[in-house]
Write a protein that binds this ligand. Structure first.
Ligand code: NAD
Ligand code: IPM
Ligand code: MN
Length: 358
């Protein structure tokens, strides 16, 4: 198979974890006889420094011509408070590619249950997906402005059609899983949430085999910690999904474990770990690359239908975790922590051994 992939390392540890993605893709290419043409472009702070823009036109053009896009992370103290920010580049690319559905799976590796800050019995077997609306709500709705020295405005608005498409996507996913959908909102206060609930009920008619529950977001934040195993598919608006997914990541032991896929109706999808550029870790060769690498697996499965290849990567991650070649965020102790490069090396040799024994 021949595919074109634009890779956007971005800033901070985005660059470091993208090395892992490239290394893993390279082994997959050789092992399964594919040709992946990789085009690297700038986004975020790196792009601002060179061009003044967080999403240069040639970066976007390359993404639009690609079969899929991999993104590391953007941002950092260097650009904070500037008139142009790295985060604007991330929002702009999501908007331009119309990737309204951000799928964030949360599953606990069996060899990591002891490392979750939650009790082992509570996290064993946890496996759910957060479906986050990604191109609407507070992040994008107008007006959005700094009107005066003393007042600033963001708007929370949703059009019915924006809700229909994300909720439909979530129902479709739930239908293929345990058939349970939890819609998270704040319908006791927000008008957008009332419309959201109304739309969930309407779309439910087409998915009678799926059980639906509505949960207020504050309760959902608590339930994620109390009993995470109760969830199968969670669907929610942009900002709630952002916050709940970072919270949910800790059930797995680290924010560095979570991958994501951002999907549009048609057109290339964008794959990125859930974490950010981690300025506190940048340059120290200690970032956990699994969220990025598992995002590569999601890309192979969803964009290219390469199930066997995706499963090979997931198996390699599982094996490397089992043999404790892990970074300090999930290592049993600081002394036992591996570097990002060690993890990459272990992943590559694991994929090669799998090939030799296949
Ligand atoms: P962050 O996700 O970068 O880091 C939060 C904490 O998690 C830090 O302590 C960090 O060390 C740790 N962490 C994150 N990823 C890790 C990994 N792979 N391995 C081990 N530890 C990891 O969030 P933040 O510190 O709030 O934000 C830093 C910058 O990143 C900001 O500029 C923010 O806007 C940006 N950001 C970007 C994205 C993105 O590009 N998708 C996502 C979130 C934050
Ligand atoms: C994420 C990040 C972004 C978001 C920021 C960096 C704009 O936190 O991808 O989760 O809020 O969507
Ligand atoms: Mn986030």
């Amino acid at each position: 198979m021949e595919k074109m992939i634009t890779v956007l390392p971005g800033d901070g540890i985005g660059k470091e974890v993208m090395e892992a993605a490239r290394a893993v893709l390279h082994v997959i290419e050789k092992r399964f006889d594919h040709v992946f043409t990789i085009i690297e472009k700038e986004i975020g702070g790196a792009a601002i420094d060179r061009t003044g823009e967080p999403l240069p036109a040639d970066t976007l053009a390359s993404c639009q011509q690609s079969d899929a896009i991999l993104l590391g992370a953007v941002g950092g103290p260097k650009w904070e408070g500037g008139a142009v920010t790295p985060e604007q580049g991330l929002l702009a690319i999501r908007h331009a590619l119309k990737v309204y559905a951000n799928v964030r799976p949360v599953s606990v590796f069996k060899d990591l249950t002891a490392l979750s800050p939650l009790k082992e019995a509570h996290v064993t077997g946890v496996d759910f997906i957060i479906v986050r609306e990604l191109t609407g709500g507070l992040y994008f709705a107008k007006p959005k402005e700094r009107r005066s020295e003393d007042e600033a405005v963001d708007t929370l608005a949703y059009h019915r059609q924006e809700i229909t498409r994300i909720v439909t996507k979530a129902f479709q996913l739930a239908r293929k899983r345990k058939k349970k959908l939890t819609s998270v909102d704040k319908a006791n206060v927000l008008e957008t949430s009332k419309l959201w609930r109304e739309e969930v009920r309407a779309v439910h008619a087409a998915f009678p085999d799926v059980t639906v529950e509505h949960m207020l977001v504050d309760n959902a934040a608590m339930q994620l910690i109390r009993k995470p195993s109760q969830f199968d598919v969670i669907v929610t608006e942009n900002m709630f999904g952002d916050i709940l997914s970072d919270e949910a990541s800790m059930i797995t032991g680290s924010l560095g474990m979570l991958p994501s896929a951002s999907l549009s109706e048609n057109g290339p999808a964008l794959y990125e770990p859930v974490h950010g550029s981690a300025p506190d870790l940048a340059g120290s060769n200690s970032a956990n690359p699994f969220g990025m690498v598992l995002s590569v697996a999601m890309m192979l499965r969803h964009s290219f239908q390469l199930e066997e290849e995706a499963a090979a990567i997931e198996l390699a991650v599982q094996e490397v975790v089992r043999t404790h070649v892990v970074t300090s965020d999930i290592a049993a102790s600081e002394q036992q922590a591996a570097t990002t490069s060690d993890v990459i090396e272990a992943l590559v040799s694991c994929l090669e051994i799998e090939a030799a024994t296949a």
